[in-house]
Ligand binder design. Structure first.
Ligand code: ZN
Length: 620
């Protein structure tokens, strides 16, 4: 299995008047994304925990499965790591932007013209950073050149919580209100003010002005942070991962998680970035045996900050055509199954020219599956599916598959222990006489029973949403009509409760028009009619996943290798040995084998034995 995660940074937006009230995602021609979205799991996700600032470090850390509430130390230490700086515990890293301020007489009255100094080249910036090092550097502080306008200052014995203003949030504003004037900021203020004197007439800036470019005439500090520690990605997921980004902090997250960081020549972070190079680097990484590739593209975010509407649309189109398309073509040619997830880390709406905290759309494509996706991938269609992931750090749980057997067999012990501790200890005081039998029950539960919750309406009227079941797999072989719980390794990741309609070696005849299901045992010829037994037909008109759930057209013929007789309207297929065909009793409204295909018997966690609320025991 190969995994591609594609992050068009800041792609999500709001309706833009100049785009006829569409968002850039809606306006962009992105045939590749949209064709995948038709078969993808699509929804919304919140990558930035409540109370945290919507920055790319936080959001990308989430998407890479690390809870920023636990691991975030700010963006600059991550950037420092990506520059190869070995931070010590008494050091604080600061982001040091090279910015363009207006030329008013007093420093305080200047206006923040450009937080990126016209996206100054790294070569030019290097000379300016060296000038800063010469003037301000000492054994307490040292400047390091990063990429373009993004650089690093390492300063000993500084706090990591001084409330700096982010320069891209005050574009066009007078800096007076935003300088580090509150307590503890005196030295930072003095440095920033003096940096203007050092930089304004530097030959690099004079030459830029002569070429009609904005000078990088001041340094702007922000985002202080201490050395970060992240768990290893490969140890966490059991696969090797690589990060492809032009942005230091994304590389830094990758490197902190001991992933490979692949540099692409000409990857600039703006709309003219080397899209083809990123695609090729991803393909090369897959070819080298890396299973998980994370491509981050900064361009839509930059365009959002700069208020460049057309360029933002263009950057999305280029990502679609020059990155997603070639990588998808490569993956399609591979023997391997693959999954592709596309999502922005956070929105960068044109309207506000900075990041916002709204949920972002995501799509998860699986080469083996057809999800009821959306026609076009955008902010609104994603919201309509009503699939919402509350924590971005859960996304990879949904995407990366762990070995089904390991997961299934690992679970009984966990649940068994939970069950045991849930029994009040006092019970033994009252029921000493039953102690032995209770102990026996606990023992059985520990090893072979577990508690499951019915989630959703798909088993109406047999089981309602929220009811609790005790299930067991002790001496259990699935049989027709059993209610089972099985572990679903993809999609929603939670165990599903369904009814076994057919087992391995049986033939299923489905007729949607007549709502009939006939099961024939291939060897004995015995027949069972499941047309009416258990079945209910609620929600004839209920919609979900953005489309109507129809009993009639809800069979994925390829998944079950069905043959269709157009004269009778009957689908016929055989269930392979070791597999099951399962359905929800609420047959208009159940995601089951009709959609998922056969269920591997090895993923069955057990058969429903007892319903707790209301209490019912199911005997054969
Ligand atoms: Zn941004």
């Amino acid at each position: 299995m190969k995994y591609l995660v594609l992050i068009p940074d800041g792609m999500a937006d709001r309706r833009v008047t100049e785009l006829d009230d569409m968002t850039p995602m809606q306006r962009a021609y992105k045939p590749c994304m949209d064709s995948l979205a038709k078969e993808s799991l699509v929804g919304t996700v919140n990558n930035v925990p409540v109370g945290m600032v919507p920055e790319s470090d936080t959001a990308n850390m989430s998407i890479l499965s690390f809870d920023p509430k636990v691991y975030s130390r700010g963006r600059s230490p991550l950037e420092a790591v990506s520059m190869g700086i070995e931070m010590q515990s008494d050091e604080t890293a600061f982001r040091c932007n090279l910015v363009t301020l207006s030329e008013e007489q007093d420093y305080e009255n200047k206006i923040m013209i450009d937080h990126s100094a016209d996206e100054i080249t790294t070569e030019e910036a290097d000379q300016l950073i060296k000038a800063l090092q010469e003037h301000f550097g000492n054994d307490q502080r040292k400047f390091y050149t990063g990429v373009s306008y993004r650089h690093c200052l390492i300063w000993k014995n500084q706090p990591d919580n001084y409330p700096f203003m982010r320069p891209h949030d005050i574009l066009g504003q007078c800096i007076k209100e935003h300088l580090p004037v509150s307590e503890g900021g005196e030295e930072y203020y003095a440095f920033m003010k003096e940096s203007y004197e050092v930089l304004k007439d530097h030959p690099v800036n004079l030459a830029r002005k002569a070429r009609g470019l904005r000078p990088a005439n001041s340094a702007w500090l922000w985002s202080p942070g201490k050395k970060p520690t992240l768990p290893s990605f490969s140890e966490k997921w059991g696969i090797r991962g690589a990060v492809i980004s032009a942005v230091d902090l994304i590389k830094g997250i990758g490197l902190c998680a001991q992933m490979q960081s692949i540099d692409v020549p000409g990857a600039t972070g703006n709309v003219h970035t080397n899209y083809e190079g990123k695609a090729q680097a991803a393909i090369d990484a897959f070819k080298s045996g890396i299973e998980f590739v994370y491509i981050h593209v900064e361009a839509p975010d930059e365009c959002g900050h700069r208020g460049e509407i057309e360029n933002k649309v263009l950057s999305i189109e280029l990502i679609d055509q020059k990155i997603l398309k070639p990588v998808l073509e490569y993956l399609n040619e591979c023997e391997d199954d693959f999954k592709i997830m596309v999502l922005p880390d956070h929105p960068t709406p044109i309207e506000i020219r900075t990041h916002s905290s709204e949920d972002v759309p995501f799509m998860l494509y699986d080469s083996r599956k057809v999800y009821p996706g959306v026609e076009y991938f955008d902010e609104y269609t994603a919201r309509q599916t009503e699939i919402h992931i509350e924590h971005g750090h859960d996304l990879l749980d949904m995407m990366i598959e762990k070995d089904a057997e390991t997961t299934a067999s690992a679970q009984p012990t966990d649940n068994g222990q939970k069950k045991k501790s849930g029994i009040p200890a006092a019970i033994f005081d009252y029921l000493e006489i039953f102690a032995v039998s209770i102990a026996a029950v606990l023992l059985i539960f520990s090893f072979c029973a577990r508690l499951c919750r019915v989630d959703g309406e798909s088993m109406k009227n047999s089981f309602e949403d929220g009811q609790m079941l005790i299930i067991s797999d002790l001496f259990y072989t699935p049989d027709n009509g059993d209610v089972i719980v099985f572990h679903q390794t993809e999609g929603f990741q939670k165990p599903l409760v369904k009814r076994v309609i057919a087992i391995g070696g049986q033939t299923v005849e489905l007729n949607f028009a007549q709502k009939s299901i006939i099961i024939t045992d291939t060897t004995t010829g015995a027949q069972v009619d499941y047309s009416d037994e258990f079945a209910v037909y609620y929600n004839e008109t209920k919609t979900d996943f953005g489309q109507q759930y129809e009993w009639r057209d809800n069979l994925n013929e390829q998944k079950v290798n069905a043959t269709y007789d157009s004269a009778t309207g009957t689908y016929t297929f055989e269930v392979p040995e070791g597999m099951l065909f399962v359905m929800g009793d609420n047959r208009n409204y159940s995601g089951d084998s009709r959609m998922l295909g056969f269920i591997d018997e090895r993923t069955v966690l057990g058969k429903a034995l007892i319903r707790i609320n209301p209490f019912t025991v199911y005997f054969d």
